[in-house]
Design a protein. Structure first.
Length: 553
C-alpha cells in the first residue's frame, strides 16, 4: 500500500471526549437544510422544462430561452461563489448566509409568478446569485465546524442531504408538471428556506474574526474579484451560446470566449504579482495533486449535470414517460448517491485514507457513462435500471471524496478558500456540462432531422424545431406512427453522442487521478469562525467536534 504523506500538518490533539452537543447538531442540520433547497431547485426544473416551455411560450423560435432557464441559474451561481465567501470573511458567516438565502427566496418568487421566459430567466438569475452564497458558505462552514478527519462524516451527511434533494427533485418537478402546477416547484422553496433561516438564526453561533471591519473591507481584492467575475461570465456565456444560438465560428461566440479566456489569464497574473491580498491563493495550484483534484471536480460537475438535465429528456422523449414517471425513473441513478456518500464518509473518517474512493468513483463513472450508450428506444425497465445505476454509484462516491482529497492536500490555513474552489470548479463544470449537452442535443438532432429517412416524414412546421419543444410535441403524436419512431431513433442517436462524450471525459480524468498523492488527514484545525461552545446548566462546556486546541496541549 502506498505511503501517506504526513508533511502537510500535525494533528489537532484536542480533547474530543464529549463530542458535539445538541446545539451543534441543530446548527449543522440548519446548514444542511439550506443545501436541500438548492438541490431541489437544481434538479426539479429539468424534468418540468417541456411543460414550462409549453405553458409560457417556449416554441421552436424561443428554444434558446427555455435552455437559458436552466443555464442562467448555474452561470450566476458559479460566478459569485468566491465573492460570497470573501464577504463572509469580512461580515461573518451567519449574516452573509442569511442574506444569500433571502436572495434565493426572492428569485424563487419571481420564477413562481413569471408569465414569460424573460421574467423566468431573470428570476433564475437572482436564484443563482443567492444559490452561489448558499452552496459556497455551507461548504466553508463545515470546515469551520470540525477538523479534517471528522469533517469526512459531516460532508457525507451534507452530500446525503444534497442527494435527497437531487433524488426527490425530479419526482416533485414531474408531479407538479403533470398536474399543470409547475409554479409550485418554486413556491416549495420558501418553507425550506424559512426553516433554514430560523435554524441558522437561533443555533449557528460563530466567533467573529479579530480586527476592524473597515480594515478587512480595505483588504478585499476588489480588482481581482471584479475581473474574475467578468471573465468567468464572458466565458460561460460564450460556451452557452456556441452551437445553440450562434455558430462556434460567429463573433457572438468567439469575442466573449476570447475575452473570458484572456481575462482569466489576467486574473492569474494579477493574483500572483499584482496584489498582496489575493482572493485566490494561486500558490496552491503548484501542488500537482491539488491541481489534478480541481480538474476532477470540474469534470465531475460537468458529467453530473449532463446526466441530471438530459437523462429525464431521454425518459420523456424516447421512452414516452410522463414528467412524474421520468422523475421516478431517475431514482435508479440518483438514489445510490446517499448510501455511497455515507459509506465513503464513515470509511474515510475511520481509516484516514481517501485515495481509494477517488479512484473507485472515477472507474465507476467511466464505466457507467459508457453503459448509457446502450440505452435505446425499446430498452426494458430492468435494463435501464442497471445501465443508469452504475454512473450514479460513481457520482455518489466522488461527491465527498473529491472534497476531502483537496482539503488534505492544502495547508490548514487555506482550507476554506480551497474548499470553495472545489465547489467553484464543480459549479463551473455544471454550467459547461449543461451547455455542452444542450449544444450536442440541438446540433446533432438537427443533423439527424436532415437525414433522408427522417426528413421525408417531417411536416414543414417542425422541420427546424428545437429538441426540447419537439419532445413536448411528440406527446401529442400517435405513439406508433412512422414519424414518432423515426424521431425516437434520431433522439437515441443524439443522446448516445452525449453519453459517449461524458464517457471520454470521465476516462481521461480517471487516468489523471491515479497519480495524486495521499496526505495525512490528521491535521490542525485552523479557523477564525469557530463554533461557539454550548454551556450546560452545570457550567461545563460541550466541546465541538475536535475543536479548540490550546497552546501547550
Amino acid at each position: 500500500m502506498a505511503s501517506v504523506d504526513t508533511n502537510v500538518n500535525e494533528p489537532d490533539r484536542a480533547d474530543t471526549r464529549r463530542g458535539p452537543g445538541l446545539h451543534f447538531w441543530l446548527a449543522f442540520w440548519a446548514i444542511a437544510l439550506t443545501n436541500l433547497a438548492a438541490a431541489l431547485d437544481a434538479t426539479s426544473l429539468s424534468v418540468a422544462l417541456p411543460a414550462i416551455s409549453a405553458a409560457i411560450g417556449g416554441d421552436g423560435n424561443r428554444q434558446t430561452e427555455a435552455f437559458w432557464a436552466g443555464t442562467s441559474y448555474l452561470l450566476a451561481c458559479t460566478v459569485v461563489l468566491l465573492l460570497w465567501v470573501s464577504l463572509s470573511d469580512v461580515f461573518g458567516r451567519r449574516p452573509v448566509l442569511m442574506l444569500a438565502l433571502v436572495i434565493f427566496a426572492a428569485g424563487s418568487v419571481v420564477c413562481a409568478v413569471s408569465q414569460n421566459f424573460t421574467v423566468m430567466i431573470a428570476g433564475r438569475t437572482v436564484q443563482g446569485l443567492g444559490g452561489g452564497g448558499v452552496l459556497g458558505l455551507t461548504t466553508v462552514l463545515v470546515t469551520d465546524l470540525a477538523p479534517l478527519r471528522e469533517r469526512a462524516r459531516l460532508y457525507a451527511l451534507i452530500s446525503s442531504i444534497w442527494a435527497v434533494g437531487s433524488t426527490t427533485g425530479p419526482i416533485i418537478g414531474g408531479a407538479c408538471a403533470d398536474a399543470g402546477q409547475w409554479r409550485w416547484i418554486f413556491w416549495l422553496n420558501l418553507p425550506v428556506v424559512g426553516l433554514g433561516l430560523i435554524g441558522i438564526g437561533f443555533f449557528l453561533k460563530l466567533t467573529r474574526p479579530s480586527g476592524d471591519t473597515t480594515a478587512r473591507l480595505r483588504n478585499l481584492d476588489y480588482f481581482g474579484s471584479t475581473l474574475f467575475i467578468a471573465s468567468v461570465t464572458a466565458f460561460l456565456v460564450s460556451v452557452t451560446l456556441g452551437g445553440s444560438q450562434f455558430p462556434w465560428s460567429s463573433w457572438h461566440t468567439l469575442v466573449p470566449l476570447c475575452l473570458g479566456a484572456a481575462g482569466m489569464a489576467g486574473v492569474a497574473v494579477f493574483e500572483c504579482y499584482g496584489t498582496s491580498t489575493p482572493f485566490i491563493p494561486v500558490y496552491i495550484f503548484r501542488n500537482y495533486s491539488t491541481t489534478a483534484v480541481y480538474a476532477g471536480s470540474f469534470v465531475h460537475g460537468l458529467i453530473l449535470y449532463s446526466l441530471v438535465y438530459y437523462m429525464p429528456e431521454y425518459f420523456q422523449a424516447v421512452l414516452g414517460y410522463s414528467p412524474l414517471i421520468a422523475g421516478v425513473a431517475a431514482l435508479a441513478q440518483t438514489a445510490t448517491v446517499v448510501p455511497c456518500a455515507i459509506f465513503v464518509g464513515v470509511v474515510v473518517s475511520k481509516t484516514g485514507r481517501y485515495r481509494w474512493a477517488v479512484w473507485t468513483g472515477w472507474v465507476l463513472a467511466t464505466l457507467g457513462c459508457g453503459l448509457l450508450i446502450l440505452l435505446g428506444a425499446d430498452t426494458s425497465i430492468p435494463a435501464w435500471i442497471f445501465l443508469t445505476a452504475v454512473s450514479g454509484l460513481g457520482m455518489g462516491i466522488l461527491f465527498p471524496s473529491i472534497t476531502l482529497a483537496l482539503q488534505a492536500s492544502v495547508l490548514p490555513a487555506d482550507v476554506a478558500t480551497a474548499a470553495t474552489l472545489v465547489l467553484f470548479f464543480r459549479s463551473f463544470g455544471q454550467a459547461v456540462g449543461v451547455a455542452i449537452g444542450g449544444s450536442i442535443l440541438e446540433n446533432h438532432m438537427r443533423v439527424e432531422l436532415q437525414q433522408p429517412e427522417t426528413a421525408s416524414l417531417l411536416p414543414p412546421a417542425i422541420a427546424n424545431i428545437g429538441a426540447v419543444a419537439l419532445a413536448s410535441m411528440m406527446k401529442n403524436m400517435p405513439s406508433g406512427s412512422p414519424l414518432v419512431m423515426a424521431l425516437r431513433g434520431a433522439l437515441v442517436r443524439t443522446f448516445q453522442v452525449i453519453w459517449a462524450t461524458m464517457c471520454g471525459l470521465a476516462g481521461v480524468t480517471m487516468l489523471s487521478q491515479f497519480t495524486i498523492k495521499e496526505y495525512s488527514m490528521d491535521q490542525e484545525h485552523i479557523t477564525d469562525h469557530r463554533f461557539q461552545q454550548e454551556k450546560q446548566e452545570s457550567g461545563q462546556e460541550i466541546l465541538r467536534l475536535g475543536s479548540d486546541r490550546k497552546d501547550g496541549e
